[in-house]
Ligand binder design. Structure first.
Ligand code: DI6
Ligand code: FE
Length: 405
């Protein structure tokens, strides 16, 4: 026993552990024993083993305990803002029109190239702080606003620094295949060969890349171009994921699945063939209601097909300056319920156990023996309340790897 061992007791524990029967793996009047930063025991408070009865106890009889949340798809490192583009869209321009006119992602690229590492970090920390304040303990951060080697590496270094400066874990995705930069405007293939792939190798050799992402879309890259990047990822032993089927169906999810991708994200235009390929490959479906909402999309991801084929669903903010200026994972959960008809249980799984799976993390996302003690205490009675309320943050206590904040 160490000084850092303690017990958290609560009105209910949503363990999200599938081996605990019932919705949310719920343990009413439950307790969690934290030892050496890990969960050492979880169960009904009435059954805490006698040998532990003298440990410090933190009692929250009116509260709910869940795993810390996980935001599995973000672009929180970026320069500038796109408020003007927001105005243009309200005047009738579409996201794709703005992108083709040199706005959109490419305008954030300009601002990100111009920003210093310190400026990018300062901005990223502001967003990370908001996520942390909502009980997030693990965040995925993408590059993709550099589109040259120097800036892609700068973004990834900033992403790594977020985890050094704050009590949050960061996993990075290299997103060099996000958009075609102006200097390669009519030569996407040359961009892939001359910039994207060398930048990936470079970033990998500096230990900056945990996963390789891409944007497979009419305004970005086609399947062949993405496949070339994924082949390199494979040769480097890196997992892949893909922004797929967001604005049209190019078969990106199926391509990603053929590389054993961790996830296919957005997937509004996904068809059953793609869902089945994902199911076979163990690829998760990441839904991003913030982008759907911001772009006022009408096509909803095929949630029924995804359920039918038992593809795990995760939910994320997609926090980025263009299509999803959203820094609330709780609001993303509400939106996933309201816009995509997820159940509140699916929404909470989508930001805990399924989000961990989508990122390839097995040590967090549920409260069970041996997992990291990543624990949130909420001032709510039931887990559904986390998705039900809008613009309300009931976080009471955040325990990150056994450290009480
Ligand atoms: N899809 C998205 O939602 C973001 N990137 C992507 O490939 C949008 C990025 C942006 O508009 O800046
Ligand atoms: Fe995205």
């Amino acid at each position: 026993m160490t000084a850092n061992d303690f017990i958290i007791s609560a009105g209910a524990i949503a363990t999200m552990d599938r081996s605990v029967p019932g919705q949310y793996g719920l343990v009413p009047n439950g307790s969690v024993l934290v030892r050496n930063g890990e969960v050492a025991w979880v169960g009904p408070t009435a059954s805490i083993p006698k040998m532990h009865s003298r440990l410090p106890r933190h009692d929250h009889p009116q509260s709910l305990v869940t795993p810390l949340l996980i935001d599995c798809h973000t672009h929180i490192v970026s320069g500038g803002d796109r408020a003007r583009e927001f105005e243009l869209r309200l005047e009738g321009a579409s996201y794709e029109e703005i992108a083709r006119a040199g706005g959109g992602i490419v305008s954030t690229v300009k601002a990100t190239r111009e920003a210093s590492e310190e400026e990018l970090l300062e901005n990223a920390l502001k967003r990370a702080d908001v996520l942390i304040g909502e009980g997030v303990g693990l965040v995925e951060i993408k590059s993709g606003y550099g589109l040259d080697t120097e800036t892609e590496l700068k973004m990834l270094r900033v992403a790594r620094q977020v985890a050094e400066r704050r009590p949050i874990r960061v996993t990075t995705s290299f997103l060099g295949a996000h958009a075609v930069p102006l200097e390669y405007a009519d030569a996407p293939d040359r961009y892939i060969d001359e910039v994207c792939i060398p930048a990936l190798k470079n970033a990998h050799s500096e230990g900056l890349v945990d996963c390789v992402d891409g944007f497979c879309e009419g305004i970005a890259f086609d399947k062949d171009q993405i496949a070339r990047v994924f082949d390199v990822a494979k040769s480097l032993g890196l997992p892949v994921k893909l922004h797929a089927e967001q604005l049209s169906n190019l078969g990106g999810a199926k391509l990603a699945a053929s590389y054993g991708a961790q996830s296919a994200d957005h997937i509004e235009y996904l068809d059953e063939d793609g869902v089945m390929a994902m199911a076979d490959a163990g690829t998760s479906a990441v839904v991003l209601p913030g982008a759907f909402y911001t772009l006022r999309e009408a096509q909803v991801p095929p949630i029924d097909l995804i359920r039918k084929h038992k593809v795990p669903i995760a939910v994320a903010t997609d926090c980025n300056p263009g299509s999803s200026p959203l820094t609330s994972l709780l609001l993303s959960m509400n939106m996933a319920c309201m816009l995509f008809r997820l159940t509140p249980e699916e929404a909470l799984r989508g930001t805990t156990s399924n989000a961990a799976k989508a990122l390839g993390f097995s040590d967090t996302g549920q409260i069970s023996i041996g997992k990291r003690a990543d624990i949130a205490v909420w001032d709510v009675k039931t887990p559904a309340e986390l998705s039900y309320r809008i613009g309300f943050n009931p976080l009471k206590t955040r325990i990150f790897g056994g450290q009480i904040a």
